[in-house]
Design a protein around this ligand. Structure first.
Ligand code: HEC
Ligand code: HEC
Ligand code: HEC
Length: 176
């Protein structure tokens, strides 16, 4: 290859590179910034104002019942091995899970406050609730239905007090 031919190739590639960079720039500029994110309770309506119990409901038309009271009755009988395996990962090593939940009546109890009596941050008998629930709801990508169907929003469980800036947990009771 002679030198002037090499030079020509070099010039042509620089021109092409500039051209495509400009085109890409124009494309993003014409779109502008992305639309404001729709965050439940902050920039969008909140469909689950009472947190857990507004989302964990019975859906007879889909033949599904994911109420915490229903799940709790199953755990008291036997925890599904797949769930137990997942929960183990989010449990401090000094707590050994047996795969059977102690007796507790969910209906009528203020949730998740009532869970905290045993599942506190410093509990030595049960997995701390925050760590366990963050793991169960926010890990697993699109295989996790909380991420794929409910957008993984923090504000489905947490609530911002716009007047004080305080961040708290939503709460509510299942009907008895
Ligand atoms: C907006 C809906 C929504 C809210 C609010 C919510 N969850 Fe869930 N939860 C889900 C979904 C969806 C799953 C299934 C995740 C998956 O695909 O593994 C789930 C899974 C769970 C599981 C595991 C159940 C199992 O059998 O695998 C527990 C326990 C649980 N949630 C408890 C809670 C508690 C307690 C709260 C309140 C602090 C809460 N959830 C708030 C939607 C919700
Ligand atoms: C009386 C104490 C107590 C209360 C109240 C309680 N838990 Fe538990 N929970 C435990 C203990 C102890 C374990 C560990 C059970 C084991 O060894 O498998 C546990 C384990 C779990 C597990 C893992 C599955 C299992 O059984 O091992 C889930 C999920 C769970 N609890 C959810 C809840 C939720 C949601 C609430 C509130 C609605 C709640 N718990 C209230 C004591 C309690
Ligand atoms: C399924 C319900 C749920 C979702 C979704 C959720 N949290 Fe939590 N979060 C909890 C619970 C329950 C606690 C425990 C509160 C306690 O121990 O006092 C907690 C505690 C916390 C804490 C205090 C530190 C700790 O671990 O105890 C922080 C920070 C936090 N969450 C941030 C987030 C962020 C950020 C997101 C979204 C990416 C999120 N949470 C989503 C339920 C949830």
């Amino acid at each position: 290859m002679n030198r002037s031919f090499q030079l020509l190739i070099a010039i042509v590639s620089v021109v092409l590179a500039c051209g495509s960079a400009l085109a890409a720039n124009a494309a993003t500029e014409s779109k502008g910034p992305p639309p404001m994110r729709q965050i439940p309770g902050l920039t969008a309506p909140d469909q689950f104002a009472r947190g857990c119990v507004d989302c964990h409901v019975a859906m007879p038309d889909q033949k599904m019942d994911v109420r915490l009271s229903t799940l709790m009755r199953q755990w008291q009988d036997k925890v599904d091995p797949a769930l137990l395996e997942r929960v183990r990962v989010f449990t401090p090593p000094e707590i050994t899970l047996k795969g059977k939940h102690p007796k507790f009546t969910v209906a009528g109890a203020e949730v998740p406050k009532a869970c905290m009596t045993c599942h506190s941050r410093t509990s030595r008998i049960a997995p701390p609730l925050g760590r366990m629930l963050h793991g169960l709801h926010l890990v697993g990508g699109e295989k996790n239905h909380f991420l794929s169907l409910f957008q993984g929003e923090c504000t489905h469980c947490h609530k911002l007090d716009a007047a004080t800036g305080n961040w708290s947990l939503k709460s509510g009771a299942e009907p008895k």
